[in-house]
Design a binder for this molecule. Structure first.
Ligand SMILES: C[S@@+](CC[C@H](N)C(=O)[O-])C[C@H]1O[C@@H](n2cnc3c(N)ncnc32)[C@H](O)[C@@H]1O
Length: 195
């Protein structure tokens, strides 16, 4: 299956408040297992629906919000007050390069992003490069199921396919939450970069 490119004209869909009911930020924060001083890369952050609550969960840490579309990141930036601005670094990627050192991230979040980049090795390699050994990747994506929300079933990965992509990157799987368990319409996979 070829990945569908995200259409930035759909930015308003990212902002739908119903998303926060189906995919509560508190659940995302729990999956990331934060203590509050970590550096978290939100890869494919879009308009920052999750970057902002993440920054609030990191009073002594940082969020690096990465996206390929400057217009989405502008919306994200508009949501930051002075306190949050000090803890959120916004990075517009070109050619999938993020100007951070190898292993700079304690956590990487891919939230409804894997189905866009699963066949883009440069982006996937950048995700793994940024994660420190022993760091966690939390991947949440739409379940391969009939749903009233999100892209059609055949535009997203099955749980088995998502697990295979992550394993293929050398990540060690720690937990798999099938759609309809932890989250109603989304799967969640927690993986670790081996030390
Ligand atoms: C469905 S949106 C999700 C946005 C955000 N994570 C959220 O849940 O609100 C997918 C995002 O991935 C971004 N994206 C897709 N391919 C990318 C790439 N190669 N590098 C960086 N961002 C990418 C898109 O621009 C878009 O913002």
């Amino acid at each position: 299956m070829m990945a569908e490119k995200f259409d930035p004209g759909n930015a308003h869909k990212l902002e739908d408040p119903q998303r926060l009911v189906e995919l509560p930020p508190a659940t995302v924060v729990d999956l990331l297992q934060l203590e509050g001083a970590e550096t978290v890369v939100d890869y494919g952050a879009g308009t920052g629906m999750y970057s902002v609550p993440l920054a609030r969960a990191l009073p002594h840490g940082h969020v690096v919000a990465v996206d390929a579309y400057a217009e989405l990141l502008q919306r994200l930036q508009a949501k930051l007050d002075d306190a949050l601005r000090a803890r959120v670094q916004v990075v517009h990627t070109e050619a999938d390069r993020v100007p951070l050192a190898d292993g700079a991230a304690d956590r990487v979040l891919l939230i409804t992003v894997l189905h866009h980049i699963h066949d883009e090795p440069q982006a996937l390699n950048e995700v793994v490069r940024l994660l420190r050994p022993g760091g966690l990747l939390v991947c949440i994506d739409f379940g391969h199921m009939d749903r009233p929300v999100g892209p059609p079933k055949d535009h997203v990965l099955t749980t088995a396919a998502a697990r295979a992509v992550l394993a293929g990157l050398g990540l060690r799987e720690l937990a798999v939450h099938e759609p309809g368990t932890l989250l109603r319409y989304h799967l969640a996979i927690v993986s670790e970069k081996p030390a």
